[in-house]
Design a protein around this ligand. Structure first.
Ligand SMILES: C[S@@+](CC[C@H](N)C(=O)[O-])C[C@H]1O[C@@H](n2cnc3c(N)ncnc32)[C@H](O)[C@@H]1O
Length: 281
């Protein structure tokens, strides 16, 4: 895909997302679309945990479809079982809204949907993953369970992304800090909007290159944990000190070319992917 095609696609996804109800900012939409459109489909599946009304599902499905015609997998019981889930308007049926969103946007055929809790899907899951998007139960135990159940299926070069690391929820920020930023098996990483993301590089030759960057990000992000740990998030609406420290975490736009070039360095058989990346250089 040429860079201008990719840029056009990202703009189109932002415009589309503006019409959909859900919990993603424009910056986050661009990032998810970039991942699904560029991470090589040969690495494995795109898995979404937590679909709600289908906003990120639609963006991921449309973007993966550009990428060697890939489908995505999504899982959500659509019953809002977690204490951290958003709510519905009176009289709304989540399964109906979800199905309607997918049909209206012509992506129903592009989504293998499991109306289950993620832990039920995990029980029989064996497929490798290229993108693991964790946006389900945001409690510490819920996010931890999702990460533990599915991170073992990440292929070298795959990306894991947690939503709401910069929101008052305990799970995403703790898992991202403790299991990603302090983990030598993850390389390139960052925060885009409220998405904490990282590439799984395994114990490959490039793993050590990212330690300093990860520790620097850990130092800034981990200062926020005190405001959300041990269920403090539910007691306090964004305390003053949290509001001071939060903007100090770099969480701006990801520049597609630079991002993809860095990701390609860590793909298996990366020489052939550099050729692909030349298209978006
Ligand atoms: C924050 S919303 C997801 C937002 C969505 N990604 C979007 O783009 O708008 C969280 C969703 O996670 C789902 N959820 C909660 N616990 C879950 C679990 N154990 N497994 C799968 N989904 C879960 C809820 O039903 C809810 O729809």
């Amino acid at each position: 895909m040429q860079l201008n095609q990719l840029e056009n696609h990202l703009d189109t996804m932002v415009a589309l997302a503006g019409k959909l109800d859900g919990c993603l900012s424009s910056r986050e939409v661009r990032f998810l679309a970039l991942c699904a459109a560029t991470l090589p489909a040969a690495l494995g599946e795109v898995l979404e945990i937590g679909s709600y009304k289908g906003k990120s599902t639609t963006i991921l499905a449309k973007s993966a479809a550009l990428n060697e015609g890939g489908r995505i997998v999504a899982v959500d019981p659509l019953t809002l079982p977690a204490t951290t889930d958003p709510s519905l308007q009176p009289g709304e049926s989540l399964p109906d809204v979800f199905e309607q969103t997918l049909r209206d946007n012509a992506v129903r055929e592009l989504v293998e949907f499991h109306q289950l809790r993620s832990e039920q899907l995990a029980a029989n899951w064996t497929r490798p993953l290229r993108l693991l998007w964790i946006d389900g139960d945001h409690t510490y135990n819920g996010t931890k369970r999702d990460f533990e159940n599915f991170s073992r299926h990440l292929r070298r070069g795959a990306v894991v992304a947690f939503h709401d690391v910069l929101h008052l929820a305990e799970g995403p920020i703790r898992l991202f800090c403790e299991q990603i930023l302090l983990n030598p098996l993850f390389g390139p990483c960052g925060v885009c909007g409220s998405i904490g993301w990282a590439q799984y590089v395994g114990s490959g030759p490039n793993a050590h290159l990212y330690s300093q960057h990860k520790i620097k990000l850990y130092r800034k992000l981990s200062r926020l944990i005190q405001f959300v740990a041990l269920s403090r998030a539910s007691q306090s609406a964004s305390p003053f000190k949290y509001r001071i420290l939060r903007p100090l975490v770099p969480h701006g736009d990801v520049e597609p070319r630079t991002w993809y070039w860095e990701i390609c360095r860590n793909l298996p058989a990366h020489e052939s992917y550099f050729e692909l990346a030349a298209g978006v250089r």
